[in-house]
Design a protein around this ligand. Structure first.
Ligand SMILES: [Zn+2]
Ligand SMILES: [Zn+2]
Length: 287
């Protein structure tokens, strides 16, 4: 087998992979050369696609032993694809964009799901453009238990639709807090001011973001808010440690994305309670 033949096989078969971009080309190339080394006949094309953010490749031969070897290889690359950005090939994570699953690095995820910010001139910035200025808001509303904010401006261009913001997006509470209270209907004003006046310190993530029984920043509940805590963790220290380790491992990429959230004050002197040894132990249990 000449390397040249293998290269042209790879080049030719890359076109048979229905993927979103070129970030996986390297992986696909390596997979194809391993398939050949395992015994795949280069006379036959290999096909594959992206599905649910992972690389899928189903190839089949008449030879059962060969099939088992091929499967081991395709499974290995399915796993690797789940950690590789589909666009650039850097380290990625499975992310969800409008219920569509895709594996992206943090930068390409932010390209797809830009972070809203407020600048010093009170412009609300989205996709690097000012979409409205706080001074232009004439009416505001909240829905869904304060998890959605609708803003109306004077003289909207061509539409009466409000600007809508969702509670699961970074800087949501920063914006909610910045909208003058009197712009909300009277019935809502009390709830909004109650939220910002009653935030408590979250010992898990270290933000002043605890509202009633849930943290608006890390979504953990405080120790003791559930009767299962004591049964499951024994003591508070263990509970906080485990929640902090989950945040650190950040399997769903939430923390990476919410680094850009400035909604809540950081608590000075907040402590991370787990040690590197705790983390090693915990990972063994998880993976
Ligand atoms: Zn990328
Ligand atoms: Zn928290």
């Amino acid at each position: 087998m000449e390397q040249e033949d293998i290269n042209s096989f790879i080049e030719h078969n890359l076109k048979n992979f229905s993927v979103n971009s070129t970030g996986w080309n390297d992986l696909i190339g390596k997979m194809l050369s391993e398939l050949i080394a395992a015994g795949w006949n280069m006379k036959h094309d290999v096909f594959g696609k992206e599905k649910f953010g992972g690389l899928r490749c189903s190839i089949y031969s008449e030879d059962e032993e060969l099939n088992a070897r091929l499967r081991t290889i395709t499974h290995k690359y399915a796993r690797l694809s789940g950690k590789t950005c589909e666009i650039c090939g850097n380290e990625g994570k499975l992310r969800i964009i409008n219920s569509w699953e895709t594996t992206l690095c943090i930068n390409h995820f932010i390209d797809q799901k830009p972070i809203m910010e407020i600048d010093e001139q009170q412009n609300v910035i989205y996709e690097k453009k000012s979409i409205l200025n706080m001074k232009d808001i004439v009416k505001a509303e909240v829905e869904f238990d304060l998890k959605q904010l609708n803003l109306y401006i004077q003289n909207p261009i061509a539409t009466d639709e409000p600007f809508s913001f969702a509670g699961q997006d970074p800087n949501y509470y920063l914006l909610l807090n910045a909208v003058p209270l009197h712009l909300f209907p009277e019935g809502m004003q009390g709830r909004i001011s109650d939220l910002f006046q009653n935030l408590k310190d979250c010992e898990i993530c270290g933000h002043k973001a605890l509202y009633h029984q849930s943290c608006l920043r890390c979504h953990n509940e405080p120790w003791g808010s559930s009767k299962y805590h004591e049964d499951d963790y024994g003591e508070k220290l263990e509970y906080i440690k485990e929640c902090q380790m989950d945040m650190f491992i950040d399997e769903d990429g939430y923390e990476e994305y919410f680094k850009y959230d400035h909604s809540f004050e950081k608590i000075p002197g907040h402590q991370i309670l787990f040690t590197p040894a705790d983390l090693e132990e915990y990972k063994k249990l998880l993976f």
